[in-house]
Design a protein around this ligand. Structure first.
Ligand code: E4P
Length: 240
């Protein structure tokens, strides 16, 4: 399972990419705003220069016709040929543009704002390289609807978590059953538990905020850090 970073902060990506564990980056206008990067295209070019990244998702303007999304997609992809995945909204124009970008130009695409397996089916049919399922937003919405503490019949997961798990499992299942070439990407990730849930379901990639990436190095009880300290202390006994 590949790990992508979900940010427009170039320095954060450089730091994380130095570990050698990051395969790509996903961006959007909200993340650009958060990072203070009004110069979206310049930021994308800087991301593409970072060693080790295979894919940088660049989002087209969301309210355009398929033809205009197609044209903007070609322009965005020219920032770094072969590395940019054009990110398109989950709607008829976005999916038509995805199909055209793949068929006519061989350009990679990422369909964003996917919340249901049937939407994923459409995106996979359009030949999308990435299908981005929004875990965090889905969970927040479902918790709003069903309440925070409701537990699923198994008692181990909330209804919201169970629903997200089911959605992801179905998407992975559709992909395998019908042999689609798309990668299921778990996006809108809020915590390490989301990463683990996505991995349990067999997704191809997760896109995590930098904070979640660094949290993934720790266990939730502090045992890794304590263990390192203990080894370092006991090392004082060693003479050779
Ligand atoms: C990634 O491709 C998405 O754009 C991102 O994860 C959005 O999620 P959020 O705005 O809910 O955090």
């Amino acid at each position: 399972m590949k790990i992508f970073l979900d940010t427009c902060n170039v320095e954060s990506v450089r730091n994380a990419a130095d570990t050698g564990l990051i395969s790509g980056v996903t961006t959007n206008p909200t993340l650009a705003q958060k990072a203070g990067r009004a110069d979206y295209r310049k930021m994308l070019a800087q991301m593409c220069d970072i060693i080790g990244l295979e894919s940088v998702s660049a989002q087209v303007k969301e309210d355009q016709t398929a033809e205009n999304m197609f044209l903007e997609g070609i322009e965005l992809e020219s920032i770094c040929r072969g590395k940019i995945a054009v990110k398109l909204p989950m709607n008829p124009h976005g999916l038509t543009a995805a199909k055209l970008l793949r068929r006519k130009k061989g350009i990679n695409t990422n369909i964003t704002l996917v919340f249901r397996p049937s939407q994923a089916l459409l995106a996979m049919n359009a030949g999308a390289d990435f299908v981005s399922y929004f875990m965090g937003r889905q969970e927040a919405k479902l918790k709003e609807k069903w309440g925070e503490d409701q537990k699923a019949p198994s008692g181990t997961k909330s209804y919201a978590e169970s629903q997200i798990q089911r959605d992801l499992e179905r998407m992975v299942n559709y992909k395998e059953r019908y042999r689609f070439g798309s990668q299921i990407l778990a996006a809108s990730i809020r915590n390490v538990e989301h990463v683990e849930l996505a991995a349990d379901c067999g997704v191809d990639a997760v896109s995590v905020p930098p904070t979640v990436f660094w949290e993934m190095f720790s266990d939730n009880l502090g045992l890794t850090e304590d263990g390192i300290k203990r080894f370092l202390k006991d090392r004082e006994f060693l003479t050779g």
